[in-house]
Write a protein that binds this ligand. Structure first.
Ligand code: ADP
Ligand code: MG
Length: 643
């Protein structure tokens, strides 16, 4: 019998205010970062020019938000703590919302799950007043001392809800989540100074984590200045301005060039009417706007602010107000897509070479090499496969993409080839151009016997990016970067399966500043070591790289580590080990691959084609794009109307 049916029915009861607030808190206050978000939004709604946030133990023991805004009159303090009490809307009009808050839920919710204290003084009022909440019950209003503005202090978050407390992550992780959330708010409100302090530990004054001054000037200038402070690595100078308007909808912001895209969507800041959002519609429009300027697993850095009349967007669809609903979603999407496209097209050097429609329609994705075949590494003497330490083979990895003329010359002496003990032999065998029999076979075969091979004989390289090859039955075009990336990944996988990834100890260990990502990298040190990346913590926000995967030769350890960190970020800590290894491996491969823009000699190109033929899965790059296309002979003939 069903257990529930046999239970005696209980009568319907009205829950008391404390219980209601605890339930509401479940949605509104998920973790310290969401509590901070509510308090900072209140400060912004109060017109604050400066907001200072202080945390201790990642917000678990203390969250304090101080502002210099309009304050709360003493007589209204009890009301501020009442559920559904707000000064921001009158309840009749849920359409024209111009403030960040409007639900009147944050303070009562927080009061239900923590110890809360509010001290406030409106400007022009002689004395401040305060109120506290303990165990969900507000105390009396008392006089206090404070300059004009408001201080809200939360202690022992979730002390009344142990279940929620148990779900909190480490103080470090919670602190990072709060910092990230503050950055989003800071980008949405560049005219307000926002600072974050850490007061963990009893001794000494709170430690400053960041202090963003209020930016001046017109809105777009303020936003650009703020973005440059927040998104590191010269975001603004590697971005194009976005500006468009249509049907009352207006978009402004900055779109990062594809060359500064990241391995994870870590720098995508979207703002709707001053409200930071993570909206699915907008994120997908963002992807569409970049189109094929970006590989599927690269994520553009963007800061886009949409403004529209408040009645064009419903902000009351998400308890934490992280999502919005547009009255006309198609128009919003279209605006974002076209604004991005035209901004990126304006940066002329980005636009790829386009074939005519006719030519494109006759192009077919190339089947490439055999798919079921055993993997084998094919080499030729003329073109050593893979970046041998000190060699000048085609596989020499670059750092971040740069125009060829600006590629920095790596100094080979920077690295010493010292694979981890025990792996030396395996590594040597792997790295050396091996199996001369095969090499000779291909020397005999080249060039014209290669015509009968699936990818044909290399004839030329165009745009520093594509290999043109002549096959018996047509013309093959290979994307050298996409192809090499795939080959490097397959090699790394095989190497790891066979004998672990050989590592190359750096002569001079390199210190890499990773900011918030450092903790994650240090936590994953064992996993990274398995992939040949040896790292150690090096003070706050930095790690020390001692060794890199040997196969990557002279890759820049800093750029490599950033990519690996992005891979970790993408998969999260709970993911299966294999999935995380794969994600990192794939990043590393991408990183170590020959970039578009590198000149290749004919033997180098042929070697690449032969290795592609011998590698299962080489027809697709790591992001699923084709690595080669084929224009059949008859198709060519049709193009010239010979048929
Ligand atoms: P909401 O922001 O949705 O109105 P809250 O519970 O966050 O609800 O806040 C309740 C009310 O308290 C606000 O409407 C506002 O009048 C007042 N208030 C809260 N924080 C501040 C602050 N930092 N400065 C001035 N007034 C505040
Ligand atoms: Mg609020």
């Amino acid at each position: 019998m069903n257990e529930h049916v046999s239970q005696p029915r209980r009568p319907i009861r009205q829950l008391d205010a404390a219980a209601q607030n605890r339930i509401a808190a479940g949605e509104v206050v998920e973790r310290p970062a969401s509590a901070v978000k509510e308090l900072v939004e209140n400060a912004l709604d109060a017109g604050a020019r400066h907001v200072r946030v202080t945390l201790a133990d990642g917000g678990r023991t203390l969250i304090r938000v101080e502002d210099d805004g309009a304050g709360i009159p003493a007589e209204e303090l009890p009301l501020a703590l009442a559920r559904h009490a707000t000064s921001k809307i009158d309840g009749d009009d849920l359409v024209n919302i111009r403030t960040l808050g409007f639900r009147g839920e944050a303070l009562p919710s927080i009061g239900a799950v923590a110890r809360l204290e509010i001290v406030s003084r409106p400007p022009g009022v002689a004395e401040a007043a305060m109120i506290t909440v303990e165990d969900g019950a507000p105390g009396p209003v008392r006089p206090a001392a404070r300059a004009p503005g408001t201080t809200v202090t939360i202690r022992d978050l979730f002390c009344t809800t142990p279940a929620r407390l148990a779900f909190l992550r480490s103080p470090r992780a919670e602190g990072q989540a709060t910092a990230e959330m503050l950055r989003r708010i800071a980008l949405a409100a560049p005219g307000t100074g926002i600072a974050l302090y850490d007061a963990t530990g009893a001794d000494g004054p709170p430690r400053k984590l960041f202090d963003l001054p209020p930016e001046r000037g017109p809105e777009s200038a303020r936003r650009a200045a703020r973005a440059d402070r927040i998104i590191r690595g010269g975001f603004a100078e590697n971005a194009v301005a976005v500006e468009a308007a249509r049907d009352g909808l207006q978009i402004t912001g900055l779109a990062g060039l594809p060359s500064v895209a990241r391995g994870a969507p870590v720098h995508q800041y979207l703002v709707v009417n001053g409200r930071p959002v993570r909206d699915r519609l907008l994120l997908s429009a963002l992807r569409a706007g970049y189109g094929d300027l970006l590989a599927r697993d690269r994520h553009p850095a963007v800061l886009l602010a949409l403004e529209c009349p408040p009645d064009c967007v419903d902000v009351n669809v998400h308890p934490a107000k992280a999502e919005v609903r547009f009255k006309d979603p198609a128009a919003a999407r279209a605006l974002v897509v076209t604004a991005l496209r035209s901004a990126l097209a304006g940066a002329g050097h980005l636009i790829g070479h386009t074939l005519s429609e006719t030519a494109l329609s006759t192009m077919t994705a190339n089947g490439g090499g055999p798919s079921g075949q055993q993997p084998s590494i094919v080499t030729s003497n003329a073109a050593p496969m893979g970046p041998l330490p000190g060699s000048r083979g085609w596989g020499r990895p670059g750092g971040e993409w740069r125009p060829p003329s600006r590629t920095p010359s790596h100094t080979p002496s920077h690295h010493s080839a010292r694979p981890a003990p025990g792996l030396a032999e395996a590594a040597a065998a792997f790295m050396a151009p091996h199996d001369t029999g095969q090499a000779e076979q291909f020397e005999d075969a080249a060039p014209d016997a290669a015509l009968d091979l699936p990818l044909g004989a290399a004839r030329a390289q165009i745009h520093g990016t594509y290999i043109l090859a002549e096959a018996a039955d047509g013309l093959v075009i290979v994307d050298q970067h996409a192809a090499h990336e795939r080959l490097v990944l397959e090699r790394l996988k095989r190497a790891r399966a066979a004998h672990g990834v050989a590592r190359q100890t750096l002569l001079v260990p390199e210190i890499v500043d990773l900011g918030d990502g450092a903790a994650q990298v240090v936590d994953a040190a064992d996993l990274l070591a398995e992939l040949g990346l040896e790292v150690e913590p090096f003070g706050p926000g930095a790690v020390c790289v001692r060794a890199v995967p040997a196969i990557l030769g002279q890759a820049s350890p800093a750029a490599l580590l950033r990519d690996a960190a992005d891979g970790l970020l993408e998969t999260g800590t709970t993911e299966q080990l294999e999935a995380r290894l794969d994600a990192v491996l794939s990043r590393i491969a991408c990183h170590g691959s020959v970039r578009a823009g590198r000149r290749l000699s004919l033997p180098e190109m042929d070697a690449l084609l032969r290795e592609m033929e011998a590698t299962p899965g080489a027809q697709r790059c790591n992001h699923g794009r084709p690595t080669s296309v084929r224009l059949g002979r008859t198709q060519i003939e049709r193009l010239f109307e010979r048929r």
